[in-house]
Design a protein. Structure first.
Length: 283
C-alpha cells in the first residue's frame, strides 16, 4: 500500500478522530484537540492517506523558542509500513523551514525508539495521572479562585510566558473560548495573578502556579466541576510537589511518557511551576 501525506483540512476531522481512537484504544474522541491545530496554527498538521482513506495524523505547534509535536497516530491496520515516519518527516521539515531551534514531544513506550532514530533524546519523564473514584476535595483556607476575565488575558500571558518558556497566548485563548467559566485564576494579596488552571472535560491543565499552596487552591476549585470521566493530569516526574499534591487528592499513575527533545537544550520550569500540561500534544 502506498501513502500520500498532505496538510490536514477541517473536512478530515472525523476521519482523523477515528484514527486516533483506534491507535490510542479509546472510546472517546479528540476532535477538540484536532481542531485546535486549525485554531492555533493550521499549517502544521498533516494526514496520511492510503487506498481506503485517511490512516494517519500528526501535528505540531511552533511557540517560537521551541515547538511541540503531538497526536502522532497511525491506524493499527497499517502499523510499521512507514506512514508514521512520513508524517513525522513532514512535520520536522516544516519546523526546520521556520528555523525552530528545539522540538519537544512526549513519547509513548512504542514511539520512543522511532523518535530516537530522528535524533531525539530523553530529558525528563511525563507522568499521566488519573483521579480514581469520587474523593471529597480538601478544603483550603485561602480565597477561592475565580474565572478569568477577558480584560485580564494580557496579564495572564505575562505570568505564563516565563514559566511555560514561550508565548502560547493563541493556545491559551482557545481554552478560554471553549468555556470561560472553567478557566480559573488565583490572585495574590495585591490582586496580581499568581496561578491559573483550566478544567477541560477530561483533563486538568494547563495548570501553572507560583507555589504549591496556590496550586492546591486551583486544584480544589477545578475539582468542583463535572468531568466526562475521572480527570487526568500530565505532569513532569521532577515536579515532586505536584506529584505529592495530586496523590493527596486521589490521583494515581496510569502510565509514563518519555519527554524528549531535538535541537538546542532549553530551560523550562517543569520542576516547579508547571503543575499540569494542557495535553501531551501541546505541552
Amino acid at each position: 500500500m502506498s501513502f500520500v501525506v498532505r496538510p490536514f483540512l477541517e473536512r478530515d476531522t472525523e476521519a482523523a478522530d477515528l484514527v486516533l481512537r483506534a491507535a490510542f484504544k479509546t472510546s472517546y474522541g479528540r476532535r477538540n484537540d484536532i481542531m485546535r491545530y486549525l485554531r492555533v496554527q493550521p499549517s502544521c498538521a498533516f494526514v496520511a492517506k492510503g487506498d481506503d482513506g485517511i490512516i494517519g495524523f500528526g501535528g505540531a505547534v511552533d511557540f517560537g523558542r521551541f515547538s511541540y509535536v503531538g497526536l502522532m497516530a497511525v491506524d493499527p491496520k497499517v502499523h510499521r509500513r512507514g506512514a508514521g515516519g512520513m508524517i513525522f518527516e513532514e512535520i520536522l521539515g516544516w519546523l526546520e523551514a521556520r528555523n525552530c531551534p528545539t522540538v519537544l514531544l512526549d513519547a509513548s513506550a512504542y514511539g520512543g525508539p522511532l523518535y530516537e532514530k530522528y535524533g531525539f533524546v530523553e530529558s525528563d519523564l511525563t507522568l499521566v495521572l488519573q483521579r480514581s473514584g469520587t474523593i471529597e476535595p480538601a478544603k483550603v483556607r485561602q480565597a477561592p479562585p475565580s474565572a478569568l476575565l477577558e480584560g485580564e488575558f494580557p496579564k495572564l500571558v505575562s505570568f505564563d510566558v516565563p514559566r511555560f518558556g514561550a508565548d502560547r497566548s493563541e493556545l491559551l485563548r482557545t481554552y478560554f473560548e471553549d468555556n470561560p467559566a472553567r478557566f480559573l485564576v488565583s490572585r495574590d494579596g495585591q490582586g496580581l495573578i499568581d496561578g491559573f488552571l483550566v478544567a477541560q472535560s477530561r483533563v486538568i491543565g494547563p495548570w501553572i502556579a507560583s507555589n504549591s499552596s496556590v496550586a492546591e487552591k486551583l486544584l480544589v476549585g477545578g475539582l468542583t466541576f463535572s468531568f466526562d470521566d475521572n480527570p487526568t493530569v500530565f505532569v513532569s516526574e521532577s515536579n515532586k510537589e505536584a506529584v505529592e499534591l495530586l496523590s493527596q487528592h486521589g490521583f494515581g499513575r496510569v502510565r509514563t511518557q518519555r519527554h524528549m527533545y531535538k535541537g538546542k537544550p532549553i530551560q523550562r520550569d517543569r520542576r516547579n511551576s508547571i503543575y499540569g500540561q494542557a495535553a501531551l500534544a501541546f505541552g
